[in-house]
Design a protein around this ligand. Structure first.
Ligand code: FES
Length: 185
């Protein structure tokens, strides 16, 4: 009898994987790797080595190939994150229009450094590569989904305060409600 300390995927997770795999030809199920990883992250909050191994096993691909995907795309969290993940673009075009200052403003407002999570578990601050909205810089992304544009110091403070308030006000708080709307420069 083999000793296997590794855990298996839950039935519900496997069912969700199967739906994604069904979108591709039977001999190309590895094409569902990003969708399966997104499911794992949605359920667990981050990608562990064990999760990567499970996805690899399910899709019949090397664990290293899955790891390459999770480390290439920064929407996959390598460790547990706060309720709100803030990704500030610090690529060159944004740097020329205040991207670095936006990151510093958030470090000051949150009393953490880039890459850290606040002690209350609410905010994780990260820098990111180009978010495809250079003309709107400085920009940041909340939880990989909600783009915030033209983020002056005042707007950053308002964003953090709004997200903090929404987290306290409702367990189902959506960052969208506190996200400043895009406006013209
Ligand atoms: S460089 Fe920041 S969005 Fe493109």
């Amino acid at each position: 009898m083999s000793v296997n300390p590794q855990m298996s995927l839950s039935e519900s997770t496997t069912a969700r994987f199967a739906k994604e795999v069904a979108k591709y030809p039977a001999d190309q199920k590895q094409s569902a790797v990003m969708a399966c990883l997104a499911i794992v992250q949605q359920e667990q909050g981050f990608m562990s080595a064990e999760s990567e191994r499970q996805v690899a096993e399910y899709l019949g691909m090397p664990a290293m190939a899955v790891h390459e995907v999770t480390t290439f795309y920064n929407m996959y969290n390598q460790q547990p994150c706060g309720k709100f993940k803030l990704n500030v673009c610090t690529n060159l075009p944004c740097q020329l229009r205040g991207g670095g200052k936006a990151l510093q403003d958030l470090e000051t407002k949150l009393s953490i450094k880039m890459g850290q999570t606040t002690a209350d578990g609410l905010f994780t601050l990260q820098q990111s590569e180009c978010l495809g909205a250079c003309a709107d810089s400085p920009v940041l992304l909340v939880n990989d989904r909600d783009m915030c544009s033209f983020m002056s110091t005042e707007r950053l403070v308002a964003l953090v305060d709004g997200l903090r308030e929404s987290a306290g006000a409702s367990v189902s708080a959506s960052p969208t409600s506190a996200t400043p709307q895009k406006e013209q420069a």
